[in-house]
Ligand binder design. Structure first.
Ligand code: SAM
Length: 243
């Protein structure tokens, strides 16, 4: 059985999938409030930047991979309008249920599918835009997931990967203190779950840095890959095209 990482631990691949599912099933109900608290609202700006760079046009088809509670799907649905289509997808039932309910509450008619990013149930060359926000880090075979996202893009389509990344060196110490002390404490206080937020901090440290992820996207066949750092590299947006 092949090994992989779950945070700082080395585990069997199946064990990783099981534990990632445990994390998101545990945090789903408090996910949105924790996001606002942990990032002091910044995740809204990071996501807005990703949407701006995706530059959706009315009538376009968008796939939101690992879309969770539907922040991106909700915004995209308004921008592509009634002639476009946005699919909310995620592997986790608890997360996607929160997302689906939210879209229904907002009156957004978007199809929802529970699926693994590594085996997307969509035809080749179908979407104008594919996005994955804060999801790639949790996937076992990131290379496979990137290849799948490229496969379902139409030629000329763009893939946007929004993810935590490598912070600017002078800020590392302060960021570590925040991540390994404050985050688990907040997780315990608000969601009654310190471990999931410890995993969050560890998984960020194990995720490929800006240059490595860019190379992985190119390896998966994406072209003209650009990297945009935000908040001193706490988060990076990678945009690549399929031609
Ligand atoms: N995109 C949302 C956002 O930005 O708020 C949710 C991000 S949440 C941190 C990560 C999501 O990735 C979770 O909902 C989790 O279930 C999903 N995920 C993890 N592994 C996945 C996989 N292999 N395929 C699809 N989704 C996955």
């Amino acid at each position: 059985m092949s090994k992989t990482h779950f945070g700082f631990e080395t585990v069997d691949e199946q064990e990783k999938s099981r534990r990632v599912a445990g994390v998101f099933s545990s945090v789903a109900q408090k996910y949105d409030v924790m996001n606002d608290l942990m990032s002091m609202g910044l995740h809204r700006l990071w996501k807005k930047f990703a949407i701006d760079l995706a530059a959706p046009r009315p009538g376009e088809r968008v796939l939101d991979v690992a879309g969770g509670t539907a922040d991106l799907s909700s915004a995209f649905a308004r921008l592509v309008g009634p002639t476009g289509q946005v699919w909310l997808t995620d592997i986790n039932n608890a997360m996607i249920t929160v997302g689906r309910d939210r879209l229904l509450d907002e009156g957004v008619l978007a199809p929802v599918a529970q699926c693994d990013a590594e085996k997307l149930p969509f035809p080749d060359n179908h979407f104008d835009i594919v996005t994955v926000a804060f999801g790639l880090r949790n996937m076992t075979h990131k290379d496979k997931a990137l290849e799948e996202m490229r496969r379902v893009l139409r030629p000329g389509g763009r893939l946007l990967v929004l993810e935590f990344s490598k912070v600017w060196k002078p800020l590392e110490k302060a960021y570590d203190a925040y991540s390994f002390k404050l985050l688990p404490w907040l997780g315990q206080k608000i969601a009654g779950d310190a471990d999931s937020y410890r995993y969050l901090a560890e998984s960020i440290r194990m995720h490929p840095d800006q240059a490595t992820l860019k190379a992985m996207m190119e390896q998966a066949g994406l072209e003209r890959v650009e990297v945009f750092n935000m908040t001193a590299g706490v988060v990076a947006l990678h945009r690549g095209y399929k031609f």
